[in-house]
Every structure is written in structure tokens, then in C-alpha cells.
Write a protein that binds this ligand. Structure first.
Ligand code: ACO
Length: 492
């Protein structure tokens, strides 16, 4: 919360008993401190007990939980900027590792800084053999994202000296070298874990990363680990490596989305960054967050041809269907990332061949953006509308899509990790309430308040047995049905 001009404006809130409270409006982000509401006390309607007012916001529809200088979004105008730089310029002129540096350290690197940064990350790409052995123990058809999450969490066991639980609580707050070491490791090793998960899924032996002397870029090294068979000098397609790099740039950060909020939440406990990144990746795995690009491809496949679009849109308008890849909580205009990817899709097709789904997508977008149903609700394509088609054209299987989103988003998670650790120090100075605390939400309790515990005897009400068991009903696999078939002998 910016402390400048802090008392320039305020709101007056009046209680039903005509008491007035002055709530300061902080400049810049036009926010009030939720803590200021606590000075207002109201009697509850049930038992007239006096209680502090709390803000109630279950889906975080209008609650800021931190100050940040990383990513700026203006959803009404369709603007996205990292550290002030427009996403369009970064996608055109930068590369993923440079953008990761910008996000984490706040400034564009100088040429020497960039060289050192790239060298540091690319020399941390090897993972410990025990991690590779761990990955080999997953089921043959394990989802790559599940393998990634579990292995990232397991990485914390490799570096006990970097675990604040085992060393010191404030390990990362005052030691920038320790912070950097984790950043290099996580950014360097994440593509290796992702590539092993992919190779495991398709039954191929894992590849080691390329030697740094070969000078492969971040995405080239990733593609090498995905695709190399026995070729000693395999080099992936420069066009696909570039396309992936652009996809990585536009996915690198998006301020306080669900997974980044999860990263900050976990960081507030001072847990080690491997566990925190695994937790954030868990949030991203959900179909309402990182799963939409896959849903778009499935939707386009189902529509199948341009002449079926109207029928599909009728279903959307009658609310039996949802137009995946459209709409956004923040953007009430064209998502700038979708604009970049729409153009990029054509460049990719020029290299790898046109994906027929693009014609359906472009026509679907044209018709939807001219239809009053979508226009009046401000529904436009979001980043996922075109990313999935590019992944598909580049030959990635559907279950890799969430991972292709998670890999670049790690840069954003680490930027927020870094910022919240630094915030720890500056917040303490500026005395922003809550900023140095463990993130812990409040609830409004609406359950029973005071009940007498009945004895086991009193709970033996036979007439209620069926009712109480209904809550415990479950499904049984065919295997269990056979094992528990009537007449099976079981020792009780
Ligand atoms: N298709 C059809 N109608 C839609 C869509 C859509 N994709 N999105 C929103 N609407 C309609 C809603 O039905 C609602 O209509 P109503 O006013 O008649 O009830 C209105 O638009 C407002 O929608 P909300 O659900 O309130 O919007 P919200 O901001 O909560 O949801 C969300 C945003 C979840 C992204 C939504 O637009 C959606 O489900 N889109 C499809 C899934 C998707 O593409 N997700 C990826 C998001 S980007 C990302 O995570 C990287």
C-alpha cells in the first residue's frame, strides 16, 4: 500500500446507529485497508453480540493482497505490460530468458548481465539421478503435469541447506545469493523434469540436457530433451523453438492469477521454493486455470467444420455450451496475448503446415465478435484461444499443454517469490499491516455455535442408520466388487 498522500481522501461509513467512521482511501490503486474496517463494530442480528466488520470476498473478486511492480494489466483497454514494457514489444524483440530476468529483477539486463544469467541457468539444467529414478517409478501412463508437480516438490529433498525449515526462517530474506541459487536451479531444471515426464509418457528413455558449450537457447534445449533419439548432434527446428519462446514470453506472468496467488500464499509460510513452486503448479493444473487451451482444441475438433459454427454458437447462447478460450475475469477487451498468438499461428503454419482447426477458430471468432450476445458481455478471445492450436500444430500431445503453460509461468512465480521476500523487509519498515504475516484468510462462520456432545449410546439410533451411511456412499471398482462379492470369505 503506497504510503504517499495517504490521508488525502477518505470514505465516511455510517452504521445503522448513526456512528461515523473515516476510512482512508490510498492513492494510486484506490484501495482501502481491510484492517481499517475492523474499527467498525456492529451488533449481530442473531444474538446482538458486538463484532468487528470483515470484508467478505470468497472468489477474491475485489481484494488486493499485495503491492506489486511486476505486471500491469488494464483489462478494459486490453493492455498487458511486464515492468512497464508492452507485451507486444517483448514478444517481438526479446527472448524468454531476458523476460524472466526482467520479471524477477525488475530491469532489463545489460549485455553482460544477460550473458551471465543465461550461462547460470543453462549450467543448472542437470537433475540429480535420484530424481530421474523417482520419475521412472511413476505409472507408464502418468500425466506429465502430475509427475512434474511431484518431482518439483521432491527437489526440496535434494537441497536441505536451502530449506528454511531446516536452516533458518529468514534464509532468503537477507541473502540474495541464496535466492539466486534457487532461481537458477528451478529455472534450469524445470524443463529437464518436464522433458523426462514427456518421455516417460511416450515410453522413451530420458535425455540429458545439451552441454552448455553448444549454446542452445532455453527452448532449444527443452525441445532437444523432448525429441532427440540417437542423433549425436540433434538440433530442433529454429522456427518451433522461436514459436515456443514467444509462447513462453506471453505466459510468463499475469499478476495475481490463481497459481501466482498460491505461490505468494505458500511463500508467506517461508516454505522452501521447490515446495512452493509445486503448490503453484498444482493450482495451475486445474481445468479452470491452465486447462483451457486443451478444452479449446477439443471444442474445435468437436465443431469439426465451419458450417457447424452457427449451431455451436446457438448452444452457447442458450447456455448449454461454453465458448472455451473466450472471456476473462480481468480482460473486458481483446486479450493482447491472443492477438500476438493469432499472428504467430500463421508463422508456425508456414513452417510446419497449416492446422485445419485454425480456419474454424478464425471464423468462430469472427462470428462471435459480431454477435450481440458476446459483444454485450464483453467476451473476446483470451490467450488460450490460439495457444492450443499452435501446440497442436507443433505436435504436442494434449496432456503436455498444462506443462507448456507452467514452465514459463515459473518465471512469474519466482518474480513474486522474490518480490514478496523483499517486501518482507520494506513492509516491516513501512509498517503495512499484514504484509509480513502468514497469509491467512478469515471466514464468516455460519454453522452451529454450541452443541452438547452426545454419548456413543445416544448415537446408536437404529432408525437413523441408513441416513447416516448415505453420507459415506462411494464408488467401487470392478476389482473390489469381485473381491467383495457375496460369499467371499473374509477374516473379520
Ligand atoms: N462462453 C459463453 N458465455 C460466457 C463465457 C464463455 N466463454 N464466458 C462468460 N460467459 C457469460 C456468462 O455466462 C455470463 O453470462 P450471463 O451474464 O448471462 O450470466 C457472463 O458472460 C459473465 O460471465 P462470468 O462467468 O461472470 O465471467 P467470469 O469473469 O467469472 O469468468 C471465465 C471468466 C471463467 C474465464 C469465463 O469467461 C469462462 O469460463 N471462459 C471459458 C474458459 C476459458 O477460456 N478459460 C481461460 C481463461 S484465461 C486463463 O486462465 C489463462
Amino acid at each position: 500500500m503506497s504510503q504517499s498522500n495517504k490521508d488525502s481522501r477518505y470514505l465516511i461509513l455510517q452504521t445503522p446507529s448513526k456512528e461515523e467512521y473515516k476510512i482512508t482511501v490510498h492513492e494510486g490503486d484506490v484501495a482501502i485497508l481491510a484492517k481499517d474496517l475492523a474499527q467498525i463494530k456492529l451488533k449481530t442480528s442473531t444474538n446482538q453480540e458486538e463484532k468487528q466488520i470483515t470484508s467478505f470476498d470468497p472468489g477474491f473478486m475485489n481484494t488486493a493482497c499485495c503491492e506489486s511492480t511486476i505486471t500491469y494489466i488494464d483489462g478494459d483497454k486490453g493492455i498487458l505490460r511486464y515492468r512497464g514494457y508492452p507485451i507486444e514489444q517483448l514478444a517481438e524483440k526479446s527472448n524468454f530468458l531476458e523476460v524472466a530476468y526482467l520479471l524477477i529483477y525488475g530491469e532489463l539486463p545489460t549485455a553482460t548481465q544477460l550473458e551471465t544469467w543465461q550461462e547460470r541457468i543453462m549450467s543448472h539444467t542437470y537433475i540429480h539421478v535420484t530424481l530421474m529414478d523417482y520419475m521412472k517409478s511413476f505409472r507408464y501412463d502418468a500425466h506429465p503435469m502430475s509427475m512434474f508437480i511431484a518431482t518439483m516438490a521432491a527437489m526440496s529433498t535434494e537441497y536441505p541447506e536451502s530449506n528454511p525449515t531446516l536452516t533458518r526462517r529468514d534464509l532468503f530474506e537477507f541473502d540474495h545469493r541464496a535466492r539466486n541459487q534457487q532461481i537458477f536451479r528451478i529455472l534450469g531444471k524445470a524443463p529437464t523434469i518436464a522433458a523426462c515426464a514427456y518421455r516417460h509418457r511416450i515410453g522413451r528413455p530420458y535425455n540429458y540436457p545439451t552441454e552448455s558449450s553448444r549454446g542452445y537457447s532455453y527452448t532449444e534445449n527443452f525441445l532437444y530433451m523432448l525429441d532427440r533419439l540417437s542423433e549425436p548432434d540433434y538440433r530442433p527446428s529454429p522456427a518451433i523453438a522461436k514459436a515456443l519462446d514467444v509462447l513462453f514470453i506471453v505466459h510468463a506472468d499475469h499478476e495475481l492469477n490463481c497459481s501466482t496467488a498460491a505461490m505468494r500464499h505458500l511463500t508467506s509460510t517461508r516454505v522452501d521454493p521447490y515446495t512452493a513452486v509445486a503448490g503453484a503448479a498444482g493450482a495451475l493444473y486445474g481445468p479452470l486455470h491452465g486447462g483451457a487451451s486443451e478444452a479449446v482444441v477439443r471444442m474445435l475438433e468437436e465443431i469439426g467444420s465451419v458450417d457447424k459454427i452457427d449451431e455451436f454458437l446457438s448452444g452457447v447462447k442458450s447456455k448449454t455450451r461454453r465458448l472455451m478460450g473466450f472471456g476473462h475475469r480481468i480482460y473486458k477487451n481483446y486479450d493482447p496475448r491472443a492477438k500476438i498468438l493469432k499472428e504467430y499461428a500463421e508463422k508456425v503454419f508456414a513452417e510446419v503446415g497449416r492446422d485445419p482447426l485454425i480456419d474454424i477458430a478464425v471464423e468462430l471468432e469472427r462470428r462471435a465478435t459480431q454477435d450481440d450476445y458476446f459483444v454485450s458481455r464483453k467476451l473476446y478471445p483470451n490467450v488460450d484461444f490460439y495457444s492450443g492450436i499452435i501446440y497442436r500444430a507443433c505436435g504436442f500431445p494434449l496432456d503436455m499443454y498444462p506443462l507448456l503453460f507452467a514452465l514459463p509461468r515459473i518465471a512469474g512465480w519466482l518474480a513474486h517469490w522474490y518480490e514478496s521476500l523483499r517486501e518482507e523487509k520494506s513492509a516491516a519498515k513501512a509498517s503495512i499491516p499484514g504484509a509480513t504475516h502468514v497469509m491467512r484468510a478469515r471466514q464468516t462462520y455460519v454453522g452451529d455455535v454450541n452443541k452438547e456432545l452426545p454419548s456413543q449410546e445416544e448415537r446408536k439410533d437404529i432408525s437413523n442408520q441408513n441416513k447416516s451411511l448415505a453420507a459415506l456412499k462411494t464408488y467401487h471398482s470392478n476389482l473390489s466388487k469381485r473381491r467383495r462379492a457375496p460369499g467371499t470369505a473374509q477374516r473379520v
